[in-house]
Design a protein around this ligand. Structure first.
Ligand SMILES: [Zn+2]
Ligand SMILES: [Zn+2]
Length: 296
């Protein structure tokens, strides 16, 4: 397909405000929940009404249901089902994104701060999971996650899940894809002192991305941006380490700039050196996050 051909024509969807108003109604939210419980099964009008509110007048119920059809709900010969938009919304509601509150008091994660030596702590509050050093305030990880993140599993399991979730998000950014809206992104190198985050001035450079489409913005160290490069995965694998499953905050070479040398700033070129059992992996990275790797 030629580059200048649009792969999809963006239809004139409803305004976001209207979409939220649609499900702001109790009956319509209940319809969404009822259909979400059997996502791939058509439900008849009468069955749906009895699942939502058997007492409700049929005309009134029909009014609410018809408001959802087209936007969140489909109707065919088998009955009513959720459209993919409705299903996505239903899953967000189930995850508690909009309507539940959860908090986890600060707890030690078993890592000493690379900068000051204090035990790094994890905390969940107001929909944000953060790993932070209470000694020097350095932020190791910061992610907006739904309450369901902390509602199941023990602390160790929580940390493993957060690590995996963050890794997948970082991989998408590193490969030029917005993990929120799947738009293409450009990466750029940004000086540490120009990034607003506690402790960012301790880094020479970050890999930054900003999504013009949805406004998502993200910064990560060069080490984190190359975490899934085949040369990195293979190097660690050859030395008996699965670098894809060890919590990323335990990888000092990726969490600090101590293994990084800035070779040029116009255009940017940096070198990362990782050593393991006497072997060194050198990665030369430019600001498109393309990598030249060599071992010695
Ligand atoms: Zn610290
Ligand atoms: Zn986006």
């Amino acid at each position: 397909m030629p580059d200048d051909t649009d792969t999809a024509s963006a239809g004139a969807g409803a305004d976001p405000e209207d979409a939220f108003a649609l499900i702001g109604n109790e009956t319509r939210a209940a319809i969404l929940r009822a259909l979400g419980e059997t996502p791939h099964e058509g439900v008849s009008f009468s069955d749906l009404r009895s699942r939502v509110d058997a007492e409700m007048d049929s005309g009134q119920f029909n009014y609410h249901l018809s408001q959802l059809v087209g936007q969140f709900v489909d109707r065919d010969d088998d009955g009513y089902t959720l459209r993919s938009e409705g299903l996505a919304l239903y899953r967000q509601i189930r995850a508690g994104t909009f309507n539940r509150r959860a908090a986890v008091e600060p707890f030690e994660i078993g890592l000493d701060c690379y900068f000051c030596g204090a035990p790094v702590e994890g905390e969940y509050e107001d929909g944000t999971f953060e790993l932070r050093c209470p000694g020097c305030d350095h932020v190791y990880s910061h992610a907006q996650l739904p309450p369901s993140t902390v509602e199941t599993g023990d602390v160790q399991n929580l940390l493993e899940r957060v690590d995996q979730y963050n890794r997948h998000e970082m991989l998408a950014y590193a490969r030029g894809v917005c993990p929120t809206c799947v738009s293409p992104l450009d990466t750029e190198f940004v000086r540490g002192e120009d990034v607003w985050s506690e402790g960012s001035e301790r880094f020479d450079v970050f890999v930054g991305s900003e999504c013009d489409h949805c406004g998502a913005r993200h910064y990560m160290s060069v080490g984190l941006a190359v975490l899934y490069h085949p040369a990195v995965v293979a190097f660690f694998h050859d030395h008996g380490v699965d670098v894809t499953s060890r919590p990323h905050w335990e990888l000092a070479w990726a969490m600090t700039d101590e293994s990084l040398t800035v070779r040029d700033t116009d255009p940017w070129e940096v070198a990362l050196e990782v050593e393991r059992d006497g072997e060194t992996l050198e990665l030369v990275v430019d600001e498109d996050v393309s990598v030249e790797a060599s071992r010695s």
